[in-house]
Design a protein around this ligand. Sequence first.
Ligand SMILES: [Fe+2]
Ligand SMILES: [Fe+2]
Length: 271
Amino acid sequence: MNESHRWVFPDTTASALLTVRPLSLSILEKYGMDPFTLPLVKAGDLCREKGISWDTFLGEMEALEIPAVDSEWSQVPLIRLLDYLTCEHQAFIRELHPGIMGAFWSLEKSREIPGRFAALIREWHAFENAFSEHIAAEESFLFPKILRYDYCVRHGKADPDFFKGSVRVFSTLQLHKNEHDLLEIIRSFIDLTRLAIPVIGEAAGPELELIGLLEAFDVKHQRHSRMEKEILVPMASALEKRLYDRFISGKSEQPHGFIPAAHVTRANEPF
Ligand SMILES: [Fe+2]
Ligand SMILES: [Fe+2]
């Protein structure tokens, strides 16, 4: 069971549901709820309209499991990849980052030289802000856009919203450079932290623990970044091209009928 009861309420908008848990689209679709035509529609109103009790809806939200990290991503529905990446964002911000900041502060308080870690704490704080901005850009533009593309391809008639920007342009101009810069900053941050630890030995246990936390974050962030660059963006760019081609050709209806969210959307599948 997840923590949906803490953030899903009858006045939570469809758009907020998809931002926090992209996989909630599978529940909305199951009940014939369209979150894209009216993104600010409230979950409680959608349930009333479809005759679904709030407890049933909330129970299904609570039962949504986070996809496994070792999923065969090219073989599972795109919304599962978006859901995994979004949940990992939350883990970075709510668990890993506070853990690292807490380790810095306890070192700063426990060691005799005041201010020894002050500069690194400031740097880490600046990194956290840059990282949060990167995540915000992904969750406010890139991920909703991809979710919408996937929905458009499967339903064949929703508006792909091309005029609010392109996945390909966003990833070329902003995402890739941003990812690269963040990865570099973490690596140099780990090097600087090592330099701030003069003696590595039994006395430096808390410092080594801090390095361990930073390295664990680095490994997870590198994997996360590769999944976005090497799996998500190529799949999304291919979807975008298919939708552009369809838009230009003037074909707007899905000849094969509605395809549910559990379906794996592949870039070269016929419409
Ligand atoms: Fe991300
Ligand atoms: Fe990213």
